[in-house]
Design a protein around this ligand. Structure first.
Ligand SMILES: [Zn+2]
Length: 230
């Protein structure tokens, strides 16, 4: 599904990932669950692109539903992986960061590993780094859901790739639920920081991308978060 002229949503079984198309190469944002690489390759095929034209894979955070097919996609394309320093540690181990209730976390650590990516393929992102994608895509540290979490924002396009720092449900922007949040206060601060950007399009890891919200909708959510801080 096309969400901007050169931005495509790939709906995975458990999460969204996004493809940005440009003449000088393609960029993927997140990489779905394990064994979902084919949905990317099918889209590339439909668009008339070769896998080798994918040059970057940006990872919002190292949860299995965002990094599950990363190794398969990276090895088939040769793309460089961009991730925060903390995310890179998890990606090298094929492990999701801790942020679940205790039993679920144990279950996840024991049974839900994904294929790791070699260190040599990963470039570390710092807060504020800008990538040459969509007229300048800024990497923003947005910890809370997980400590390793980054979001990506193109000011010129007004599009925010929020990963799991925000999600959408029934046409509303909201925060990722408390029970799967590592640090509530940090998550609120990160969400507030993202709302301050007043993104025209909010493309999250879960829920439909949203473009029909108003500034009032953003302000209402902003105030809700501000109040929940105290
Ligand atoms: Zn997550």
């Amino acid at each position: 599904m096309r969400i901007q002229p050169d931005v495509f949503l790939i709906r995975g079984k458990a999460s969204n990932f996004y493809l940005c198309v440009a003449e000088d190469g393609l960029t993927l944002i997140d990489a779905g669950m394990p064994k979902e690489q084919q949905s990317l390759f099918d889209l590339l095929d439909q668009l008339g692109h070769q896998p080798s034209q994918l040059i970057r894979i940006l990872i919002t955070h190292a949860d299995i539903d965002h990094a599950g097919s990363l190794a398969a996609i990276q090895s088939a394309t040769g793309a460089t992986v961009y991730a925060s320093e903390q995310a890179a540690i998890y990606l090298r181990e094929g492990k999701s960061p801790d942020h679940l209730p205790r039993l679920m976390q144990w279950f996840s650590n024991t049974f839900f590993k994904y294929q790791p990516v070699p260190t040599s393929c990963i470039k570390i992102l710092s807060d504020g780094d800008e990538l040459p994608v969509l007229g300048g895509l800024e990497a923003l540290a947005t910890p809370g859901h997980t400590a390793d979490h980054f979001s990506f924002y193109s000011a010129s396009r007004g599009i925010l790739f929020a990963g799991d720092a925000l999600n959408t449900r029934n046409g509303r922007i909201q925060r990722t639920p408390k029970r799967i949040t590592a640090d509530e206060d940090m998550a609120n601060l990160s969400a507030i920081g993202l709302l301050k950007l007043t993104p025209a399009t909010v493309a999250c890891g879960h829920g439909d991308p949203l473009s029909n919200h108003t500034v009032d909708d953003l302000m209402a959510f902003f105030n809700e978060l501000r109040q929940s801080e105290h």
